[in-house]
Design a protein around this ligand. Sequence first.
Ligand SMILES: *[C@@H]1O[C@H](CO)[C@@H](O)[C@H](O)[C@H]1NC(C)=O
Ligand SMILES: *[C@@H]1O[C@H](CO)[C@@H](O)[C@H](O)[C@H]1NC(C)=O
Ligand SMILES: *[C@@H]1O[C@H](CO)[C@@H](O)[C@H](O)[C@H]1NC(C)=O
Ligand SMILES: *[C@@H]1O[C@H](CO)[C@@H](O)[C@H](O)[C@H]1NC(C)=O
Ligand SMILES: *[C@@H]1O[C@H](CO)[C@@H](O)[C@H](O)[C@H]1NC(C)=O
Ligand SMILES: *[C@@H]1O[C@H](CO)[C@@H](O)[C@H](O)[C@H]1NC(C)=O
Ligand SMILES: *[C@@H]1O[C@H](CO)[C@@H](O)[C@H](O)[C@H]1NC(C)=O
Length: 395
Amino acid sequence: MVLLSGKLGFVLAYTGLVQAWSSFTVPHTPGRDDTPALLAALPKFVANSTILFKEGITYNILTPITFPVLNNVEVVVEGNLTYPSDIPTIQAIVGSSTFSGSWFTFTGGNNVTLRGSTNDKWGWVDGHGQAWWDAQQQINRPHGWAFSKINNGVIRDMKIWKPIGWNFATSGSNNLHAFNNKIVAVSDTGSFPFNTRHISPSDTSPYLRNSYCEGGHGLSIGSLGKGGSVADVQNVLFTVGSCQKNTLYGARFKSWTGGNGLARNITWKNIAFDGVPFPIYVTQNYWDQGVGPKPNTTSANNTHIQDFLFQSFVGVVKEFVSETVPAYFVPGATGKEVAIFDLYPDTAVNVVAKDILATTETGSPVAVMCNSTTISTDVGFKCWNGPFIRTRAGI
Ligand SMILES: *[C@@H]1O[C@H](CO)[C@@H](O)[C@H](O)[C@H]1NC(C)=O
Ligand SMILES: *[C@@H]1O[C@H](CO)[C@@H](O)[C@H](O)[C@H]1NC(C)=O
Ligand SMILES: *[C@@H]1O[C@H](CO)[C@@H](O)[C@H](O)[C@H]1NC(C)=O
Ligand SMILES: *[C@@H]1O[C@H](CO)[C@@H](O)[C@H](O)[C@H]1NC(C)=O
Ligand SMILES: *[C@@H]1O[C@H](CO)[C@@H](O)[C@H](O)[C@H]1NC(C)=O
Ligand SMILES: *[C@@H]1O[C@H](CO)[C@@H](O)[C@H](O)[C@H]1NC(C)=O
Ligand SMILES: *[C@@H]1O[C@H](CO)[C@@H](O)[C@H](O)[C@H]1NC(C)=O
């Protein structure tokens, strides 16, 4: 008897341990918004849980999702997720005072994984961006995923299809590993007009600060390593159709001065651009120019970068004038640069721009900025502040 109750006690304790991990499959109702049911269930799955969007289901994410602070949680996107397909519905939500800023928001926590699917047919987050691109619609565009204030975060195998706006923001997150993510933003209407219509400063300036690629092609990685935090980003592929006018940067990478970690194997491929002041821009020396002079780095560290490839960029560089682009964006730029590599000595390896075919609006020679003391590998063009001259790695 005594022995039996002892055994029973052990069995109960063991069961308790097993049940400490919870799994939740997000329910789906055809034709309805699937967000409310998820939000209602979330408070029970904020720790030691898996939250699964199941393969075989296309979930309607018709209203934004904000996750509470999570600990030891994995959010798995094995089904397809779809945004509303009409523009006004989204604009009304984005324009409302309660909108968090992103369609999917993580508000913080520890050990949080956002995982997509390796099955090509499923796990796509479809932003229905085509209509936005075709309309060149830039008003009240939502950001995609805000993965904020997470310590020990992972973003892997995520696949974004035709995003409307910016894709992943990781502000305030530390020790982040992002790898095997895909962003496909290829237009099928060829809504890329290679026209050379001049845009006056007043047309462009309102958009310049925050737009990366018109039509919402998010090609940006960064800002990594703020305040010395550690970020590790690997194996990212951007395949994109086009970057157009009113876009400040084409493909961009930035890490904060004094950061830590590694960004490796990142490819930006097949990009046509028109009227873009900085088609290819890498900086490992980022700081917030709006708040003062470059801080004196106390750390000998910096975010290391390795195996970056910018391949097949074709288009027209916008020759900016100081009224449209504040000079502090890129000190020393002449406005004719197709590529700017602002690297930190001894921390950049194998950063290459290949198959670059660019002209400027006025036909003056295309230029580059690059400091040859900061990198010893061939970057695909002569590494200097001067005209673009292709080298072996650039062919
Ligand atoms: C989650 O699991 C850890 C052990 O893995 C445990 O220490 C913690 O208390 C659990 N949290 C909750 C809210 O159950
Ligand atoms: C972190 O979360 C994962 C699930 O994503 C879990 O398997 C793992 O045990 C967690 N790690 C710790 C230290 O709790
Ligand atoms: C999932 O979404 C992607 C992108 O929209 C689409 O290509 C794919 O066919 C969808 N999968 C299924 C099974 O519908
Ligand atoms: C680089 O990343 C791509 C995905 O963008 C992946 O297919 C490839 O295997 C990675 N290569 C290495 C050497 O990790
Ligand atoms: C950086 O150091 C220089 C020289 O020591 C000093 O003049 C300058 O004020 C410092 N800047 C900041 C932002 O602390
Ligand atoms: C420099 O980076 C290394 C490796 O990432 C890390 O172990 C070390 O703590 C960092 N040092 C500082 C001062 O941040
Ligand atoms: C090139 O980089 C080195 C090392 O960071 C620096 O000392 C030098 O001033 C830079 N040259 C130019 C022209 O910016």
